[in-house]
Design a protein around this ligand. Sequence first.
Ligand SMILES: O=C([C@H](O)CO)[C@H](O)[C@H](O)COP(=O)(O)O
Length: 207
Amino acid sequence: MKLQVAMDLLTVEDALKLAGQVAEYVDIIELGTPLIKAAGLSAVTAVKNAHPDKIVFADMKTMDAGELEADIAFKAGADLVTVLGTADDSTIAGAVKAAQAHNKGIVVDLIGVADKATRAKEARALGAKFVEMHAGLDEQAQPGFDLKGLLSAGEAARVPFSVAGGVNRSTIEDVQRAGADVAVAGGAIYGAADPAQAAKELRDAIV
Ligand SMILES: O=C([C@H](O)CO)[C@H](O)[C@H](O)COP(=O)(O)O
């Protein structure tokens, strides 16, 4: 299982600092949607230039104009780009077309999708490299939230998947047991007093 750090920060300076602290422990470096909205796609270029050996993930959360939005993110240096599972099939197909042109990949983010297992299969058939079983920050803040629904959807889907939804040191083993290909950790790393140590502990928990 790969480890992905999600950088939900707001400046390129902070993102480069965090990426530098944790790169040795992670496989994938994600530029979070708020970072891309605040700093633009030049942030993707800056992180890719600083870490050419890492998979750079642009969390575009594209809902329309799939081919165009994916194309500009790949041109900026992204290796993986997200499209929303709630988008029309043609939007996902357009983004996949751009990925094929760049020899890169599309990840379909299932945030807000009720039947994640079914949409995961459809996304994979449309050409997604993998799907993201995702509960966003707002959903995580709701009383009683836990990761179990995401993990069972991943197990049921039987397609390659990542899990994002407040993954931390106490849940990463469950994520791996569910068969995830990628564990995504944002707040558990960038919110830690020592992000490098937090990333190392998550890495060490992966067997
Ligand atoms: O994608 C994310 C969210 O929608 C804000 O951009 C997060 O990066 C993702 O949820 C992972 O972060 P944590 O939930 O803090 O681990």
